[in-house]
Write a protein that binds this ligand. Structure first.
Ligand SMILES: Cc1cc2nc3c(=O)[nH]c(=O)nc-3n(C[C@H](O)[C@H](O)[C@H](O)COP(=O)(O)O)c2cc1C
Length: 188
């Protein structure tokens, strides 16, 4: 069995200067050896419509579902909108959550949130953890990475400059790797 762990990451913010998307980009520089990160852009997913689903998943949705299925683990990076995840992320999760062969099923995941507030999106993460119950997707419990006061942690080009935060993300991804390998080997 391969010791490589492939991760699919997604950011719940579409804006160009998003702190969450910047954190996702930074994560690609902070991976342990033997881990790869691909990024799914949620921009082109249509609004969830069950009539559309019943007529057949649109290709863009099917590709998104296939990428989740193919990954060993998922990384959610989410803003906090009104104490929860953004509609963009919720919409993506809803598309992926329907049968057949629900791709989040039994998948390890980790999460990061960034917000301008002192709480760093903690309430969005708790909602996301709750959603994972419905998805049967298994979040890493520790460490928890909340990027508080996000404008202070990134430079004008959107680079994550805060060393402590870089360290937390490195630790998160190292733990996700070991959690996922235990999962793949059936020893979790
Ligand atoms: C509709 C909306 C609701 C928001 N609600 C919250 C909130 O409940 N808690 C919070 O900490 N920040 C809230 N914010 C502020 C966002 O966390 C902040 O704009 C953040 O930078 C968005 O993430 P992004 O930089 O990745 O786009 C809200 C922003 C928007 C646009």
């Amino acid at each position: 069995m391969s010791d490589t762990v492939t991760v699919l990451g997604m950011s719940g913010s579409l804006r160009k200067t998003s702190f969450n998307t910047a954190a996702l980009r930074a994560t690609a520089e902070l991976l342990p050896e033997g881990m790869t990160l691909e990024i799914a852009d949620l921009r082109d997913l249509p609004h969830y419509d069950d009539d559309v689903r019943l007529a057949g998943y649109p290709p863009v949705v099917q590709q998104f579902r296939d990428r989740i299925k193919a990954a060993d683990a998922i990384l959610f990076v989410t803003p906090e909108y009104n104490y929860s995840v953004s509609g963009v992320l919720k919409n993506a999760i809803d598309w992926a959550s329907r049968p057949p062969d629900q791709p989040f099923n039994w998948k390890p995941c980790a999460m990061i949130s960034a917000s301008g507030s002192l709480l760093g999106g903690v309430r969005a993460q708790y909602h996301l953890r709750h959603m994972c119950v419905s998805l049967n997707c298994f979040p890493l419990n520790q460490p928890q990475v909340y990027i508080t006061e996000a404008p202070k942690k990134f430079d004008a080009e959107g680079r994550l400059t805060d060393e402590a935060t870089r360290g937390f993300i490195r630790q998160l991804m190292t733990e996700l790797k070991s959690f996922t390998l235990r999962w793949k080997r059936g020893t979790a």
